[in-house]
Design a protein around this ligand. Structure first.
Ligand code: C2E
Ligand code: MG
Ligand code: MG
Ligand code: MG
Length: 293
């Protein structure tokens, strides 16, 4: 009997090992495949920038839009959660990131031409980009070439650890001097969120969606969320709450005098759909009054 049990355990162990190995191989193959495709993504015109509105909750005004990258190739739609880390590892995030910023500038001008004025666009900036020695000059060049005022662009940064590197800190300071807004994305889930705001001045805190999702059911999380919001306000930063999905969540936030972004208002949309969304919600109203100055 004991021998039989040992036999089974060994067999299972071996199977587990085999399974683990197969899974790892599969993942590595997929990664290599995506990496090959990603090299051609820009020139094959497979990338597209979508926009998700940010709303000033107590007025319902459009206060901004976040640019979110989408990629569709012969393998189907690939999530940014999957391809951004690959692009960060192989350096492609530098040309891809520049392409996103340029597209956002072009779209901003298109919105303005169509009478959609006065709201900035937020662009995600990867840590790898922020650490790049020529990033400030490149951003300056792109904004100049595209004739977009730095005040109309907000850069969303995440990795908290990077703020301990002097060069990243220096780049953030230079970007803010240029007039670009700096937002701390996914705030509250990094391991050193408080150190970040202690070490660097920012224009916006974007509170991670996990807080709002738990706040309505959990009193502790609600207190925490309210405290984080107050910290942002005390620092005179714009406070944006991610992941507003329901009317109940929206109503809870309306008392907080903050900004919201989430599926409740809209999913990320193509440029054309974003313009349609805008027209449906704002054009019919007195648009000048409804767009945040
Ligand atoms: P992020 O910057 O935190 O973007 C917010 C993510 O939350 C987006 O996912 C958005 O679609 C999703 N989201 C918005 N509202 C809701 C909601 O109500 N509920 C839920 N559950 N999710 C919501 P997405 O577009 O898949 O992007 C994922 C991440 O990929 C982004 O997180 C960002 O870190 C990265 N990313 C996307 N585009 C770019 C880019 O152009 N450059 C860089 N460096 N990173 C990007
Ligand atoms: Mg973001
Ligand atoms: Mg986020
Ligand atoms: Mg994120």
């Amino acid at each position: 009997m004991a021998d039989f049990a040992m036999y089974l355990a060994k067999k299972r162990g071996k199977n587990n090992y085999q399974f683990y190995n197969d899974e790892l191989n599969k993942q590595m193959k997929r990664r290599t495949l995506l990496e090959t495709r990603l090299h051609k993504a820009i020139e094959n015109e497979e990338l597209e920038v979508y926009y998700q509105p940010q709303i000033r909750l107590n007025t319902g005004c459009l206060a901004g839009a976040e640019a979110l990258l989408r990629w569709e190739c012969d393998l189907g739609k690939i999530s940014p959660e999957e391809f951004i880390p690959i692009a960060e590892d192989n350096g492609l995030i530098i040309p891809i990131g520049e392409w996103v910023l340029r597209e956002a500038c072009k779209h901003l001008k298109r919105f303005n031409k169509n009478g959609m004025n006065g709201f900035p666009i937020s662009v995600n900036l990867s840590t790898k980009q922020l650490m790049h020695p020529t990033i400030v000059d490149r951003i300056k060049e792109i904004l100049f070439e595209e004739d977009v005022k730095p005040q109309m662009i907000t850069l969303e940064i995440t990795e908290s650890a990077l703020l301990f590197y002097e060069d990243a800190k220096q780049n953030i300071t230079e970007l803010r001097c240029l007039g670009v807004g700096i937002s701390l994305d996914d705030f509250g889930v990094g391991f050193s969120s408080l150190s970040m705001i202690k070490n660097i001045e920012v224009d916006e805190l974007k509170i991670d969606k996990s807080f709002l999702n738990d706040a309505l059911e959990n009193k502790r999380v609600r207190s925490l969320l309210e405290t984080i919001i107050q910290i942002g306000k005390n620092l005179e930063a714009k406070v944006v709450i991610e992941g507003v999905e329901t009317a109940v969540e929206m109503e809870f936030l309306m008392k907080q005098q903050v900004y919201g972004q989430g599926y409740f208002y809209s999913r990320p949309l193509t440029v054309g759909k974003f313009e349609q969304w805008y027209n449906a919600f704002y054009r019919k109203e007195k648009e000048n009054r409804l767009i945040e100055k």
